[in-house]
Design a protein around this ligand. Structure first.
Ligand code: SF4
Length: 329
């Protein structure tokens, strides 16, 4: 991995933020694209936000990308472009929680702070047979104290990477390699046959479903779009003309909506193509998206929307759901 044994806090930070979003194999590509475009924090801080969002496209959780930009700007403006080198200063940065702060502090500056990611939680819960939920307040305290107590204080960076790798490669969530595991004779979960029961989690996230009907309106070769500015998902990304509903609409029901009627009044021979349903899962929401293509003969006047050419459209950042539709159409 390009970030292994990396000592540059900027690169560690970038890789950790990207890896929170995606699997390692996919994260690699994103990391390389970011490092090539923004080899140092100054370049990232001074870049056009739209360019950064475009590179981030597909990773989701755009708040993290916004925080990335805010932190880069903050460090350049207030810390002479130098990444802070104490745990508390790192933790105070926007978008950096205890895990990322410990990773940066230990990997880049060899500071004695234990990382606690999903891999470490799993290894500790299984090895020590901890049955307290890892996502409860009590569980968090117990695991944090234990991880810190076990930390090898001379080489904390190497220790942290080792235990995370051990969890990712040996003590995997499913089918851990217990038969060849070097610590199996002392592992509580292995000895008591509790591997599938540990770690324990309490919080099951309930998800709401939202239906997004996107009208892709073409007028003289240009397309109507807008930037999402509300405090909602996908803030700062672009989208087509949106009709949001709580339930699925049949094509006939779609034609009965005020928005569609408005299009029809302006153009009495509208030809429409309706896509299949596209789906995107977010932490707390499931977005079901349908795309309706319409070619109009008369221009529309819609508040907050503007027209762009196809060439301009290709440069703008869109949510993953829309990109999934665009690459296939
Ligand atoms: S014996 Fe199995 S469960 Fe225990 S630490 Fe090793 S891989 Fe994990």
């Amino acid at each position: 991995m390009p970030w292994k044994n990396e000592k540059d806090p900027y690169k560690i930070w970038l890789s950790e933020i990207i890896l929170q979003q995606t699997r390692v194999e996919q994260g690699w590509d994103y990391y390389n694209k970011f490092i090539t475009s923004f080899p140092n924090i100054k370049k990232l801080a001074n870049a056009k936000e739209e360019k950064i969002f475009k590179l981030w496209e597909g990773l989701g959780y755009y708040t993290r990308c916004k925080n990335l930009i805010a932190t880069a700007k903050f460090i350049v403006k207030n810390n002479n472009s130098k990444f802070p080198n104490t745990y508390n200063e790192i933790l105070a940065l926007k978008g950096i929680g205890p895990y990322t702060a410990a990773a940066i502090a230990s990997f880049a500056f060899n500071l004695p702070h234990a990382v606690l990611d999903g891999n470490v939680f799993r290894v500790l819960a299984r090895f020590f047979g901890i049955e307290i939920a890892m996502d409860s307040a009590k569980g968090k305290t117990i695991f944090t104290q234990l991880a810190q107590k076990l930390l090898e204080k001379t080489y904390p960076g190497i220790y942290n990477q080792a235990i995370m790798d051990f969890g990712a490669v040996i003590c995997k969530p499913k089918n851990p390699l217990c038969s060849t595991c070097p610590i199996k004779t002392k592992c509580t979960a292995h000895l008591q046959e509790k591997i599938n029961l540990l770690p324990v989690k309490v919080n099951k996230i309930t998800k709401t479903t939202r239906w997004f009907y996107y009208f892709i309106i073409e007028y003289k070769g240009d397309i109507y779009i807008r930037k999402r500015i509300e405090k909602d998902i996908w803030e700062n990304l672009y989208e087509f003309i949106l009709l949001e509903t709580e339930k699925e609409l049949k094509t006939e029901e779609l034609k009965e909506t005020e928005l569609f009627k408005y299009f029809s009044i302006k153009n009495n021979d509208v030809i429409m193509q309706v896509s299949k349903i596209y789906r995107q899962q977010l932490t707390h929401q499931i977005i079901q998206g349908v795309f309706i293509k319409l070619k109009l003969k008369n221009a529309l006047t819609l508040k907050n929307y503007k027209t762009v050419t196809l060439k301009q459209l290709a440069k703008l950042p869109f949510p993953k759901l829309i990109t999934a539709y665009l690459v296939k159409n």
